[in-house]
Design a protein around this ligand. Structure first.
Ligand SMILES: [Zn+2]
Ligand SMILES: [Zn+2]
Length: 358
């Protein structure tokens, strides 16, 4: 079958091959036929080595499709079911799951070290134990979450990562208050979802911050009240907050430099919410005086920071009610052959989300 493979970490292009096989099917597993998958910035970060991932590997973790086959012991799923791919499945049994923080469950990461593809040349890993830039994939049953019939695959795919991450940061983690001031640094798919989450929560001002003009324009369509280049943020802070700083600043880039900018633009007693996925050798620094004296709350938010299945349901409910716009987030569509063009658009910041149809 066809799949897009990265041979070595650090390579910029994927090779679309037709000699890949999905392996590992058995008890507790399901085989999926992927129908749509989004290109998330974490795919690019794993390719470049910012996020840890063994190679060769098949990127993609934001997907949706149909169940082809169900292994022994799997309940609640059968062939033909429409599902989205959850890259962080909850085991239901560990201390994090029992606390309701299923987004912190590490059980699913156990799968990430086991290759779930192979080629004549040898084993191939799937990104984070999934790998959706492919026609078929074998995943743990917890990675396949049924979706209602009215949710198209391309919308379900977005909910599988970017939308859940961004909405959840605003709703679950930061719990943005009605009437508050918000700045969102980094306005790709996750940043746009954060903006939509802040709007749903009733923020009065939402400032989108991004160096790319097309993203700033997009942010305004999704609910930002203004959009500025990073160089204009200090002015916006002065104008909107009287220089005090924003009630909430979301860092959706994953770099210490932008996290520091976010920290400095958060008001005393306000909230810095870190949503971007960064590198292990990139250190964020705060001095002990400011940490104590300014009482800014630093809240990291991984995968929406709450019960993952509940977050999916909420995203679907908000989308159905027309309170969030997911269709317009898909700015590009390609077939698998166009994956390298899509990667380039992601790197230049041109695309909010590219949907790859399989
Ligand atoms: Zn668990
Ligand atoms: Zn992602």
């Amino acid at each position: 079958m066809r799949a897009a493979v990265l041979h070595e970490i650090g390579q910029e292009k994927l090779e679309v091959l037709d000699d890949v096989e999905a392996v590992g099917f058995g008890p507790g597993k399901v085989k999926l036929r992927i129908r749509a998958t989004g290109l998330c910035h974490s795919d690019v970060s794993a390719m470049s080595g910012v996020l840890p991932q063994p190679a060769p590997f098949i990127p993609g973790h934001e997907g949706a499709g149909e169940v082809v086959d169900v292994g022994d012991g799997v309940t609640g799923l059968s062939a033909g079911d429409r599902v989205l791919v959850c890259w962080l499945p909850a085991c239901g049994d560990c201390p994090s799951c029992k606390r309701g923080q299923t987004h912190l469950c590490l059980a699913g990461f156990m799968n990430a070290g086991t290759p779930n593809f192979k080629r004549p040349g040898g084993d191939v890993f799937g990104f984070a134990g999934t790998g959706t830039f492919t026609e078929e994939v074998v995943v743990g049953a917890g990675c396949a979450v049924p979706i209602p019939d009215d949710v198209p695959f391309e919308i379900a795919a977005l909910i599988g990562c970017g939308v859940t991450t961004g909405l959840g940061a605003a709703i679950n983690t930061a719990q943005v208050e009605a009437g508050s001031s918000v700045a969102v640094i980094g306005c790709g798919g996750v940043g746009i979802s954060t903006i939509q989450g802040a709007r749903v929560q009733g923020a009065a001002q939402i400032v989108a911050v991004d160096p790319v003009a097309s993203r700033r324009e997009a942010a305004l369509r999704f609910g930002a009240t203004e959009a500025v280049d990073p160089g204009e943020l200090a002015d916006a802070k002065q104008r909107i907050t009287g220089g005090e700083g924003f009630d909430y600043v979301f860092e959706v880039v994953g770099k210490s430099a932008t996290a520091r900018t976010a920290y400095e633009n958060t008001r005393r007693g306000g909230t810095l919410c870190v949503v971007g996925a960064g590198a292990m050798d990139d250190t964020f620094q705060v001095n002990m005086f400011e940490l104590f004296f300014d009482e800014k709350r630093i809240l990291p938010s991984m995968y929406g920071g709450g019960d993952v299945l509940r977050s999916y349901e909420r995203a679907i409910a908000l989308w159905r009610a027309g309170r969030i716009d997911l269709e317009s987030m898909i700015t590009h569509r390609v077939r698998l052959d166009g994956i390298n063009d899509a990667l380039d658009q992601m790197r230049t910041g041109e695309a909010l989300r590219t949907c790859i149809e399989l």
